[in-house]
Design a protein around this ligand. Sequence first.
Ligand code: PGA
Length: 256
Amino acid sequence: MTLKVRKPFIAGNWKMHNNLEESKKLAQAIVDASKNKTDVEIMIAPVFTAINTVSKITKGTNVILSAQNCHWQEQGAFTGDVSPAQIKDAGASCVILGHSERRSIFGETDEIINKKLKTAVKFGLTVVFCVGETLQQRESGKTFEILSEQLKKGLADISKEQTENLVIAYEPIWAIGTGKTATPTQAQETHKFVRQELSKLFDESASDKIRIIYGGSVKSENIDAIMSRPDIDGVLVGGASLKAESFLRIINFKNE
Ligand code: PGA
């Protein structure tokens, strides 16, 4: 059994799923089942329109409420966007940034993500910052180079102190929503590399504390093996976070 050095962070990214009723039901089931659960941090990220409603359920509980994206300005003429201040105002305390769907579908660059990250941290939001390589990049041996670049650019101008509000999510793009998962060995090897990079960007004491979570087809069937690796400090779950039963099994992972 591996004892976790860092408190595990288990996050559910609901993406563009669930109406208000479904969001409330799912949030309530997670809150109810995790009342006395203090050994992990649990985060859920509904769509923007459900954040305020869900905040009434998560308030005062140990479930952290997150947005899935934000703008880099506090307010202004940015039709269709939402600022970190507004996310906080709606009742969330966390935001996911740099998700591969934002990068590939919405054209977000490392520079844009960095601007968002800096504002989010400034407003006191915890940031789950996603990095990951494509299949082609992995097959051509570029994984570490890509990750190093995403980390360096995405975390530019972030201070060591600000890393206290930072969680890194390693999500190999080829594993997201595909049913293919990085093997626990592949994930551990990559997480270890990410931790070394963080230690270069900040220092060893900061990198020792930052949670590096894995994402990409995590489900109840593979969670125990994934969590058994020393540098895997949690998971970012998409599909399997939409059903209370599977997400709760993931939260209650067993150390192998
Ligand atoms: P998945 O998504 O678990 O459905 O693969 C993970 C993610 O995109 O965060």
